[in-house]
Ligand binder design. Structure first.
Ligand code: S3P
Length: 450
C-alpha cells in the first residue's frame, strides 16, 4: 500500500499571483514578487500586460538555505515595472487568455476604464464560460463591453468616466467582485458591492496593500477611485487549493504523515480544512499569526510582505473518515477543492452529501460530471444531481483508464484517487495540470512511498 511521507513547500497561490501581476502593472513603482506561480493561467495574465506595454521580467533570487532555498531552487521572482493607473497601451493584437477565467474576468474590470478598445479571447473551455455576470455590472458602470451571446470573445471599448454603482452580486464569485472593484478604481464616486456569500478576499487585501481606499465589512465592500502605490516587495503564500490534493492523499493513505510549509490560510479559503476535520481528518495548523489554527485567531498581525494574508504550516496524519453533509456558506470557501473532496468522500464511511454546488457546472469543465463520470468508472457509488452529489463511501475503488476532460483539478483529484485504487490508473489528457500546478507530479513523486 502506498503512503505519503515528508515535507513540501507549495508553489504560490494562483488567485493571489494573478492579482499581484494586475495590481503591480497598474501601480506606480516597481514590484518584486516572490514565490509567483509560473503556471499557464498566471502567465496568461503576465503576457496580457506585457502586450499592453508593461515590462515584466523574471530573475532568480539569491539562493538561501532553508525554506527559500528549497521552495524556490528552480523558481524565479517576477519583477513588474508598473505603468500607473492610466499607463497601459492598446495591444497590437487581441489578448489571448487561454484557459483562465480569472484573467478574463479581472482584466475586463481594468480594461473597462482604459482609453482604448481591446478584444479578449480564450481556449475552447473559456469560450463556454458565462460572462454576463461581469458584463451586467460593468455596463451599469458605463462600460462598453460585448460578448457573443454573453460568452467570450469579449470586446471592450474602454472609456473614461465610468461611474460608481451599488451592486448586489447574484452569484458567489470572487472573480465578479474583483472585476467590479478594479473598474471601481476608474469610476467617479464610491462603488459599493454586496455579496450573497463571502468569497475569497485577496483582491481587497492586495488593494489595501497598494494603498487603495477600500473598506470591507461582512458581505459589503466599498472602494473609491484611487491610484496605486507599489509596496516594492511581496511574497505569494503557498496555494491551499494545490495543498488540498496532498492533504487528502495523506489523509486517505494509511501510515501517512505530511508537513506542508508556508500555506496561505485565509479564512475565505480554508473550508477544506474545516470540512476534512469534521469528517475525522487529523490536521493541525501552525501559523505565526496563531499557534493553533482556529477561525477566531488566525487573521491577526498580518505581514505586508505576505500580501496581508495569513500563512502557516499544515500537518496531516492518515486517519479514517466519515461521511457528512456539506452545504451553504462553506461552499465558496472550498469551491475549488470539491473535486478532491469528492475523492475523499469515496473513502469515508457512510454517506457524504455535497449540496449547493451548481457553480461547479460552469468551471473550466462541468466538474460535477467530470468527477462523477470517472469515479463511477473506478467503482464508486455516486449519485449525480443538478446541484449536488451523494457519495456512498468505502466501495472498492479500482484503477481504470480515466479522462480528465482537459481540466487540471479533475486530473489532480483523480491522480490521488489512483494512488488509493487497486491496480493501475491511467489519466488521459493530464497535460492540463500545468494550468495551475506544473510541478504537481514532481512534488507528488517526492513524497509517495510504496
Ligand atoms: C477565483 C475565484 C473562483 C475560483 C477560481 C479563482 C479567483 O471563481 O473558482 O479558481 O481567483 O477569484 P469564481 O469567482 O467563478 O467563483
Amino acid at each position: 500500500m502506498k503512503k505519503i511521507k515528508g515535507e513540501i513547500f507549495l508553489p504560490g497561490d494562483k488567485s493571489i499571483s494573478h492579482r499581484a501581476v494586475i495590481l503591480s502593472s497598474i501601480a506606480e513603482g516597481i514590484t518584486e514578487i516572490e514565490n509567483f506561480l509560473f503556471c499557464e493561467d498566471c502567465l496568461a495574465t503576465v503576457n496580457a500586460f506585457r502586450q499592453m506595454g508593461v515590462k515584466i521580467t523574471a530573475k532568480r533570487p539569491p539562493s538561501r538555505a532553508g525554506e527559500a532555498g528549497r521552495a524556490q531552487s528552480a523558481e524565479r521572482n517576477l519583477i513588474v515595472y508598473g505603468r500607473g493607473l492610466r499607463g497601459l497601451k492598446k495591444p497590437a493584437r487581441p489578448l489571448y487568455l487561454g484557459n483562465s477565467g480569472t484573467s478574463m474576468r479581472l482584466l475586463a474590470g481594468v480594461l473597462s476604464g482604459q482609453n482604448f478598445s481591446v478584444r479578449l479571447k480564450g481556449d475552447s473551455s473559456l469560450t463556454k464560460r458565462p460572462m454576463q455576470r461581469i458584463i451586467r455590472p460593468l455596463k451599469l458602470m458605463g462600460a462598453d463591453i460585448k460578448g457573443k451571446d454573453k460568452y467570450p470573445p469579449l470586446t471592450i471599448k474602454g472609456k473614461k468616466g465610468l461611474k460608481a454603482i451599488r451592486y448586489k452580486i447574484p452569484v458567489a464569485s470572487a472573480q465578479v467582485k474583483s472585476a467590479i472593484l478594479l473598474a471601481g478604481l476608474y469610476s467617479e464616486g464610491e462603488t459599493e458591492i454586496t455579496e450573497i456569500a463571502k468569497t475569497r478576499d485577496h483582491s481587497e487585501r492586495m488593494l489595501k496593500l497598494f494603498g487603495v481606499d477600500i473598506k470591507t465589512k461582512g458581505l459589503k465592500c466599498k472602494i473609491k477611485p484611487s491610484s496605486l502605490s507599489s509596496p516594492a516587495k511581496i511574497k505569494i503564500p503557498g496555494d491551499i487549493s494545490s495543498a488540498a490534493f496532498f492533504i487528502v492523499g495523506a489523509t486517505i493513505l494509511p501510515g501517512s504523515y505530511l508537513v506542508l510549509k508556508n500555506v496561505g490560510l485565509n479564512l475565505t479559503r480554508t473550508g477544506i480544512i474545516d470540512v476534512l476535520r469534521k469528517m475525522g481528518a487529523d490536521i493541525t495548523v501552525h501559523s505565526p499569526q496563531s499557534t493553533v489554527y482556529s477561525q477566531k485567531t488566525v487573521n491577526c498581525q498580518l505581514s505586508t510582505v505576505n500580501c496581508l494574508e495569513p500563512v502557516g504550516d499544515i500537518i496531516v496524519k492518515a486517519s479514517r473518515l466519515k461521511g457528512i453533509e456539506i452545504k451553504g456558506r462553506i461552499i465558496p470557501r472550498l469551491i475549488d477543492e470539491i473535486p478532491i473532496l469528492m475523492v475523499a468522500a469515496c473513502f469515508a464511511k457512510g454517506e457524504t452529501r455535497i449540496k449547493d454546488i451548481a457553480e461547479l457546472r460552469v468551471k473550466e469543465v462541468d466538474r460535477i460530471h467530470s468527477l462523477c463520470y470517472n469515479l463511477k468508472k473506478m467503482g464508486a457509488e455516486i449519485e449525480e444531481k443538478k446541484r449536488e452529489v451523494i457519495i456512498k463511501g468505502l466501495k472498492k475503488i479500482k484503477g481504470e483508464r480515466l479522462d480528465s476532460f482537459s481540466d487540471h483539478r479533475t486530473a489532480m483529484a483523480l491522480t490521488i484517487a489512483g494512488l488509493k485504487a487497486e491496480g493501475k490508473t491511467i489519466i488521459e489528457n493530464s497535460d492540463c495540470i500545468k494550468t495551475s500546478f506544473p510541478d504537481f507530479r514532481k512534488k507528488l513523486k517526492e513524497i509517495v512511498f510504496v
